[in-house]
Design a binder for this molecule. Structure first.
Ligand code: PMP
Length: 407
């Protein structure tokens, strides 16, 4: 077999990395970009990114930090003012009491999640992941040499895992539970009662810890955001992860955080101190300003996300074979598209998976979506609704036309 520098005969890469999947969200975006580079008018609904600019007052704080020469390393878990502001936010928005030694600021919520998983999971530990789940959870567990146990939420329950399901899945080897609410990819929001029921199960298993990913907290269309850590009997078992990427449209700034009991926070700080140190000093000052500005800017964006969700649901209603629960938060729709499995494309190929359907839609409708398999739901496709209204209208018009050609 011929070899080249990119694919040598013997891989020098570690088994750990060879076993990792590349995120499909990024793969689809790459394919869409390649098509666009050939001059095709591609509408990309594959990325989980707000299409809004970061609010001006946040940008101004970053400029000021640069002008003041705030360009040095900061303490690893974040500058004291930001850790305090995060405590204030958790009190104000979530009625959670934390001291700054419970807060670790990281390079995105993604690093906060990785810190928590690597700080808590031993090889062979079971990690229960509510499915559908965000793409990186399972790969982080793999890196920690844990064993993933997928727990599937039923379509009829808007893909939300129930307390009874959780109780049945816990074994003596269970170390951690991971979920996001509002959920990426489904948009499901666990209600206070649903979380109370889950807390009651966890209280019976004090050795089980939980990573509650609340990065979409502000992008919520039902009003109330409940946090698992609000249930006092399990608060010490919960690591709450949140950040600025979604609520403040700050994806490129790379900042997120976790709140946990001090021994867990200290372990995350220790890991981070050996890997990246603190995130960017300027970004931290921007995030401090973001929190001081409250959530008014987020509320404006949420009004747009809600309008777009309603717009898309209205269009999707008329697409046969798309079964779509109403998302209560985040900015995705996640239809079950399995009605199209077994159908033939005009070129005579049979669609057998949602991945093939995603590729067909990319090539025929020039709309990029992500295969639900990446999120543990191979019957589904994920479309981001964080795009301008006219783009969404055009995308779903094209999708309907392309799907109508399948027989
Ligand atoms: N959790 C979920 C559920 C997400 O969707 C994302 C971003 N796509 C992240 C975490 C990571 O966010 P950040 O940009 O803060 O790393």
């Amino acid at each position: 077999m011929p070899t080249d520098a990119a694919t040598p005969a013997v891989s020098v890469i570690s088994d750990r990395i060879n076993a990792l999947e590349a995120p499909q969200t990024i793969e689809m975006a790459k394919k869409a970009r390649a098509l666009a580079a050939q001059g095709v008018d591609v509408i990309s609904l594959s990325f989980g990114e707000p299409d809004f600019q970061t609010p001006q007052y946040i940008k101004d704080a970053a400029k000021q930090a640069i002008d003041e020469g705030f360009t040095f390393y900061t303490p690893v878990p974040g500058i004291p003012q930001l850790r305090q502001a995060i405590c204030d936010k958790l009190k104000r928005d979530n009625n959670l009491d934390y001291q700054p030694d419970s807060i670790v600021v990281s390079t995105g919520a993604k690093q906060a999640l990785a810190n928590a998983v690597l700080a808590l999971v031993n090889p062979g530990d079971e990690v229960i992941i509510f499915s559908p789940f965000w793409v990186s959870y399972e790969e982080m567990v793999k890196l920690a040499e844990g064993v993933t146990v997928r727990l599937e939420g039923a379509l009829e329950n808007d893909y939300k895992v129930t307390a009874a399901q959780l109780e049945a899945a816990i074994t003596p080897r269970t170390k951690l539970v991971m979920y996001s609410s509002p959920c990426n990819p489904t948009g499901a929001v666990w209600s206070r009662q649903e979380l109370a029921d889950i807390a009651a199960v966890l209280a019976r298993h004090p050795q089980v810890l939980v990573v509650a990913d609340e990065i979409y907290e502000y992008i919520n269309f039902v009003g109330e955001h409940a946090s698992l850590a609000q249930f006092e009997e399990v608060k010490d078992q919960v690591v709450t992860v949140n950040g600025f990427s979604k609520g403040y449209a700050m994806t490129g700034w790379r900042i997120g955080y976790l709140a946990a009991r001090p021994d867990i926070a200290a372990a995350c700080d220790k890991l981070q101190s050996q890997v990246t140190s603190a995130t960017c000093s300027i970004t931290q000052r921007a995030a401090l300003a973001a929190l001081q500005g409250g959530r008014a800017s987020a509320d404006e964006m949420v009004a747009a996300y809600r309008r777009r969700r309603d717009l898309v649901l209205e269009m999707v209603k008329d697409i046969p074979g798309f079964v779509t629960p109403t998302p209560e938060g985040a900015f995705y729709i996640f239809p079950d598209v399995s009605a199209y499995f077994g159908k033939l494309t005009p070129a005579g190929d049979t669609i057998t998976t949602s991945r093939e359907l995603a590729l067909y839609l990319l090539n025929d409708a020039h709309v990029a979506a992500v295969d639900g398999g990446a999120f543990g739901a191979p019957r589904c496709l994920r479309f981001s609704t964080a795009a301008a209204d006219d783009k969404l209208i055009e995308a779903f018009r094209r999708i309907a036309l392309s799907l109508a050609k399948l027989h």
